[in-house]
Ligand binder design. Structure first.
Ligand SMILES: CC(C)(COP(=O)(O)OP(=O)(O)OC[C@H]1O[C@@H](n2cnc3c(N)ncnc32)[C@H](O)[C@@H]1OP(=O)(O)O)[C@@H](O)C(=O)NCCC(=O)NCCS
Length: 153
């Protein structure tokens, strides 16, 4: 039987930043012949860490995968694009939304959303304990930007 058709292609998000592109290989497949979900989760974790690292300039660890949705299968040879946005900057933590879009090997130029997730990262000190994010103009700017987004228009 032919595989279930994709959901319609979507425009790429304008409110998120492209943080990673990667092409899954045959070694990454599961028993169904699609890409193994754990491989996708690892890439999302890496992609999600980019913006928090840029804000914190300190070591960060993933404390939680708050939500993870596999919307459509990922296939060998897809060109995957990972888009991320910072959604919360706390005292020690930063929450990030990640969306993953696939350009199918045989249908390039169209993007189907395959995964969306929210992850939270925590800044840690040399002993592995949570530490406050640095109070830099960049951190302050993120806090103000997120507050402004919450205010009614
Ligand atoms: C991450 C870690 C240092 C946090 O230590 P902790 O003592 O539990 O931290 P706290 O309870 O003080 O929470 C720290 C921050 O994380 C946030 N946090 C904790 N659990 C959370 C969850 N489930 N979802 C979202 N945020 C969470 C807290 O709200 C807090 O944020 P804030 O300071 O911005 O308000 C510790 O749990 C740890 O080392 N975990 C292992 C990390 C790891 O190995 N990750 C890789 C796994 S593959």
């Amino acid at each position: 039987m032919p595989p279930r058709p994709d959901l319609p292609p979507q425009p790429l998000p304008e409110d998120k930043e492209l943080v990673l592109k990667v092409v899954p290989m045959p070694a990454d497949v599961n028993a169904n012949g699609d890409i193994f979900g754990g491989w996708v989760m690892a890439q999302v974790d890496l992609a999600g860490s980019v913006l928090p690292q840029r804000i914190s300039h300190t070591r960060m660890v993933t404390v939680a995968v708050n939500e993870f949705i596999f919307k459509q299968p990922v296939r060998v040879g897809d060109i995957l694009s990972f888009y991320a946005s910072v959604e919360h900057v706390g005292r020690t933590s930063i929450a990030v939304d990640v969306e993953v879009y696939a350009e199918r090997f045989s249908d390039q130029g169209k993007y189907v959303k395959v995964t969306e997730a929210r992850l939270t990262y925590v800044a840690i000190d040399a002993t592995g304990r949570p530490q406050a994010l640095p109070d830099t103009p960049q951190t302050q700017a993120w806090r103000e930007k997120l507050l402004a987004r919450q205010r009614p228009a």
